[in-house]
Design a protein around this ligand. Structure first.
Ligand SMILES: [Zn+2]
Length: 471
């Protein structure tokens, strides 16, 4: 017996089709007309869009910044994601000092198993280079961890030197993987923070002023040049400035194999949120910081014209009371990050699709297909096609609401998009054939998310011919 979603419009990154989808077991068995078989359960989805389950390639659930633990763990974070239409996330495994990469990965995986509502994978954070790192990276690729995260910021913590960055790029290229890099010049930021605090400039606004656009532009330029030299594919996480976008465009004209991620906050929130004399700006302390409005305009153009490849969230939630306010008298002590995993699709639908900045296909590309392709999950994830996992979001475009901390599903006492209107809702969600959201509510008792082995970048569609199967 299968399930037939009947009467809706299937949306892929390529086109919209008025066809039915038949699910059998965990997979999509047929996409087309008259796909029903005897004993199938038929679900009426007239007036709805059938989107592939969204893939968030950048989350921080159950993570620690310094000594502060994120408010959302794998359970609450993935549950919020699922209710927003995200069925897969890629989080991070970061080794503690002296810990092997494999050990760090295994402990993250076991933390998430049994507690994640979404399917999941991990990027491996590399914090330095030593004799064993290369062979450890090799082991990780065999365990399905095919992307390596590097930080050019957070001095004396996660930041790597150019020497380390370059060697990891070379090894990544050799292994057929992809490097994901946080591009901000951490050395310069450190100087600017020191100078600001010395001058008595301690308010949240100085978080942004000590991380100006030039520190991102410079780091993106350096990362792109070094990745090209090492012949490594490069994924720039959370790009936030028009200058950095321009750097990547120039590099692409020289043949750089580089992909850009941005996040809803860099399209929808600007640096005026830091203004005001109270501590409200502390809610918006994240890195890179929010930018002036003209950057938002350019990033939207990048999103609509395809220069920006993916929209992930960098979901990293800290309580306003008790965590963010640790930095009320010193902005450098405010834990960095904001939530977004639940709101990503509705924000992009409301402010992108409904405002005609992008079409539905582009929305699917940014939030599902491209992240799945780049990180070795496609076509298992990221599309609605025969043979793919039956991760399907039944999107009701007639639903409307307002984003609020009073109704969101984060374990959090504020929402950075408080009061934002939202159009559309993940009315029903299927994860590997099982209905997990019904009428916008969670409809399963226990988390069923599974760990995903990811293919190396070198084996993805970027090196193979695309193949689509439709009746
Ligand atoms: Zn992040």
């Amino acid at each position: 017996m299968g399930i037939v979603l009947s009467g809706g419009t299937v949306v892929t990154s390529e086109a919209c089709f008025a066809v039915d989808v038949r699910v059998e077991g965990e997979k999509i068995a047929a996409v087309g007309l008259q796909v029903q078989e005897p004993n199938d359960q038929v679900v009426d989805v007239r007036g709805r869009f059938l989107l592939p389950g969204a893939v968030d390639a950048h989350t921080h659930f159950e993570d620690i910044a310094g000594t502060v633990k994120t408010a959302d763990d794998f359970f609450t974070g993935s549950r919020a994601g699922l209710l927003g239409g995200t069925t897969t996330f890629i989080d991070f495994a970061t080794p503690l000092p002296g810990e092997t990469l494999q050990h760090a990965f295994e402990s993250r995986r076991s933390q998430a198993l049994g507690r994640s509502f979404c399917d999941f994978g991990f990027h491996m954070t590399i914090t330095g280079w030593g004799q064993s790192i290369g062979s450890e990276m090799e082991k990780l690729v065999k365990l399905g961890v095919t992307s390596f995260k590097l930080f050019m910021a957070y001095k004396n913590d996660l930041q790597v030197s150019d020497e380390e960055l370059f060697q990891v790029f070379q090894k990544t290229a050799e292994l057929g993987g992809i490097a994901a890099v946080h591009c901000e010049n951490g050395d310069v930021i450190e100087v600017l923070i020191r100078q600001a605090l010395k001058a008595g400039n301690t308010s949240a606004a100085y978080h942004a002023l000590t991380r100006p656009p030039a520190v991102e532009e410079e780091a993106v330029n350096r990362a792109v040049s070094l990745a090209m030299l090492a012949k490594a594919p490069l994924y720039i996480v959370h790009l936030s400035t028009r200058e950095a976008l321009r750097v990547v465009e120039q590099a692409r004209l020289r043949g750089a194999n580089v992909y850009i991620e941005t996040c809803p906050q860099y399209l929808l929130l600007d640096d005026t949120y830091y203004a005001g004399s109270d501590f409200a700006g502390g809610k918006y302390v994240l890195s890179p910081p929010l930018r002036a409005k003209d950057h938002l305009t350019v990033l939207w153009a990048g999103v609509s014209q395809g220069m920006i490849d993916t929209l992930s969230t960098d979901h990293c939630a800290f309580l306003f009371k008790g965590q963010k306010d640790k930095g009320i008298h010193d902005f450098s002590k405010i834990p960095n990050g904001i939530p977004g995993v639940e709101d990503r699709l509705s924000l992009l639908y409301t402010y992108g699709v409904m405002q005609k900045k992008i079409d539905l296909c582009r929305m699917v590309s940014l939030t599902a297909t491209k992240p799945a392709e780049i990180f070795g999950l496609y076509p298992q994830k990221g599309t609605v096609a025969v043979g793919s996992d039956a991760d399907i979001v039944v999107w009701n475009p007639a639903e409307e609401g307002t984003i609020s901390a009073a109704t969101h599903h984060y374990a959090l006492d504020y929402n950075p998009y408080e009061g934002f209107r939202k159009i559309g809702q993940a009315e029903q969600v299927f994860l590997r054939g099982e209905q997990v959201v019904t009428d916008g509510q969670l409809s399963l008792a226990a988390p069923r998310g599974k760990y995903l082995m990811r293919k190396p970048f070198a084996n993805t569609v970027y090196n193979n011919e695309r193949k689509f199967e439709y009746d």
